[in-house]
Design a protein around this ligand. Sequence first.
Ligand SMILES: [Fe+2]
Length: 383
Amino acid sequence: MPRIMEVGGGALERLAEVLAALGVRRPLIVTDTTMVELGYLARVEALLDAAHLDYRVFADTVPEPTEASIRAGVESMRDGTDQGAFDGLVALGGGSPIDSAKAIGVLGHFGGAIRDYQFPRSAARIGLPLVAIPTTAGTGSEMTRFTIITDDSVGEKMLCPGIGFMPAAAIVDYELTLSVPARVTADTGIDALTHAIEAYVSRKANPFSDHNALAAMRLIGPHLRRVYHQPDDRPAREAMMLGSSLAGLAFSSASVALVHGMSRPIGAAFHVPHGMSNAMLLPAVTAFSLPEARERYATCARAIGVAGVDDDDARAGQRLLDELAALNRELEVPRPRDYGIDEQRYLALIDAMAEQALASGSPGNNPRVPSHQEVTELYREIW
Ligand SMILES: [Fe+2]
């Protein structure tokens, strides 16, 4: 986990203190145009100006970051500041700017190409300190040792693991999520829920990840619909933000599983936002996996709040499946065919997507490890 954590409403105000504690005098701020438009970048700049820090801004990160977009960031990293080379990074935004900053930091410091760090390889050494400031709840990227970068030349989302991608500090301020639009709130919220469920049923689950995953589900379960319908519901936003970070902690330790493994190829091929492609898959993949982990999924249902202590595991498992389907309806998650994806292209790519999914390693953590054939059937089922 990050060495420094500042959590709660208004935590952003402590950014300069955090940088001082890490000895950072010349940070590169990595963000995107949304953060510029919302005025969040200006707030960060005001904090750094007040502390007389010499910084530069790279605001050209893209949603679902690509290798090309990272290269531009690494170039800015090489330019440095008036006073010399950068000695740290600040990532401001949703999962995409944070994932971008992780890759820019490692490549800018150690060199190489991002493909050199793709699973099963990893970033084994810690480079420049990164302060992650998430503005969605969320990918949990501020708490994980992973970054996901798309290789646009072959259309593949690369999972890159390693302690080198772990932020040195996380500033988790739910007030930054109050302006997130409903669609992004839903997609990122289901992503966080998926992290918690997958970490809990993962073959790499352990007592540390279990407690974080269950706490995350207890926070996310009752609040996900509330933030979708009531964007200014502060207690619900706070619960979602904390749930997202704890879910990040859980899957950074226990990994994600089949939903994420199958989700990345959909995102790479059809540019579906990460949380939405997870949501498309979550009900079907949970139904597929449930027979191999009935007790674990039943515990998820109880933590989320859709089953009680009196429900046996079979009943609780069914309640979980019902809830995930109901959630997709209420949060208006489309099926791939309703998202405007071309049917012929989708069907033609299923085989390649299944191959990419299995190669990512994530399906190997699933309680029911699928064959290539079973993955292709799941892709067909969710169409
Ligand atoms: Fe995710």
